[in-house]
Design a protein around this ligand. Structure first.
Ligand SMILES: [Zn+2]
Length: 285
């Protein structure tokens, strides 16, 4: 018997009642050694800092084994983070697979994974001062890997207008300045982001992506351990705390501080940078 379009079958409720299974059980992933990282961090000294100005982006480099911290300063602000392997822009952060492996939002102990065919941890979250937030009554959580990045193409599609300071354009300009590429070439390497400090979820009725005012306050930070040599770019989203809108100059917008810390020599003894994925790339041929 086949289903009739639009009419629930007799066993509709039974089919809906089938319990879900986690698509990617992650208990076989190797665990980051947070104890080692914490000890190394205690020995670390700041070696670099920069700021992403409001409605703009900044780049930064983090050698493997160093730490980087993104801090809210001046006022509540969301940041859109891109990461590349420092010596190969083809290897970039893979938000979709990070979501599949860790869930819709990341916190301490979760890793940011790179694109195929590399698929290795690029960075591990080692500290999250918003870890207390959990899940709010609307289903909102912090630091998502579900949004893409605000961009001028979707803005054009939905409003017909031109706006040049969406995170996509900010990241493109910053990567262009870092590499010497034209912005139109650099934008081909800009990718879906980690939405640092952003509070998001899905509406229960329509399943639409929602955002709400970020709970971040000046002094809050998200800190990472670099598992490989990284080039990063961070955009201070034009949406500010993303309580109302993005892709415009309407929201109050604040800078974000980025700091890099180097551990003392020998503090990471026994640790090695993550290796690229071991799949043979045979693809059945
Ligand atoms: Zn944005």
């Amino acid at each position: 018997m086949t289903d009739t379009p639009g009419i629930p079958p007799a066993d509709a409720e039974a089919r809906r009642a089938i319990p879900p299974v986690v698509a990617y059980p992650n208990d076989t992933l190797s665990e980051p050694d947070l104890t080692l990282y914490t000890r190394a961090r205690a020995s670390a000294e700041k070696v670099f800092e920069t700021q992403a100005a409001p409605r703009d982006a900044a780049t930064f480099r983090v050698p493997a084994g160093h730490f980087f911290r993104i801090t809210s300063v001046e006022g509540p602000q969301v940041g859109d983070l891109n990461l590349w392997a420092a010596d190969d822009l083809k290897e970039r952060f893979f938000s979709g697979k990070t979501r599949a492996l860790h869930g819709t939002h990341v916190t301490t102990g979760d890793r940011l994974w790179s694109s195929f065919p590399y698929l290795r941890p690029m960075a591990t979250v080692v500290e999250d001062t918003l870890g207390w937030y959990g899940t709010d009554p609307h289903g909102g959580r912090v630091h998502d890997v579900i949004g893409t990045r605000c961009d001028p193409y979707t803005h054009r599609l939905l409003t017909g207008g031109e706006y040049h300071h969406c995170c996509h354009s900010n990241l493109s300009r910053a990567l262009a300045a870092e590499t010497g590429m034209p912005a139109r070439e650099a934008e081909m390497y800009v990718h879906d982001v980690l939405n640092v400090f952003m509070c998001t979820g899905f509406t229960p009725d329509t399943g639409q992506y929602f955002m709400k005012a970020s709970p971040v306050r000046p002094g809050d930070y998200l800190e990472f351990f670099a598992e490989i040599d990284l080039l990063g770019a961070l955009s201070a989203c034009p949406g500010g705390d993303c309580s109302a809108e993005h892709s415009s100059d309407a929201a109050a917008c604040h800078p974000l501080l980025i700091e890099v810390f180097a551990p003392a020599p020998g503090a990471l003894e026994g640790w090695e940078p993550a290796r690229v994925n071991a799949y043979s790339r045979g693809h059945g041929l």
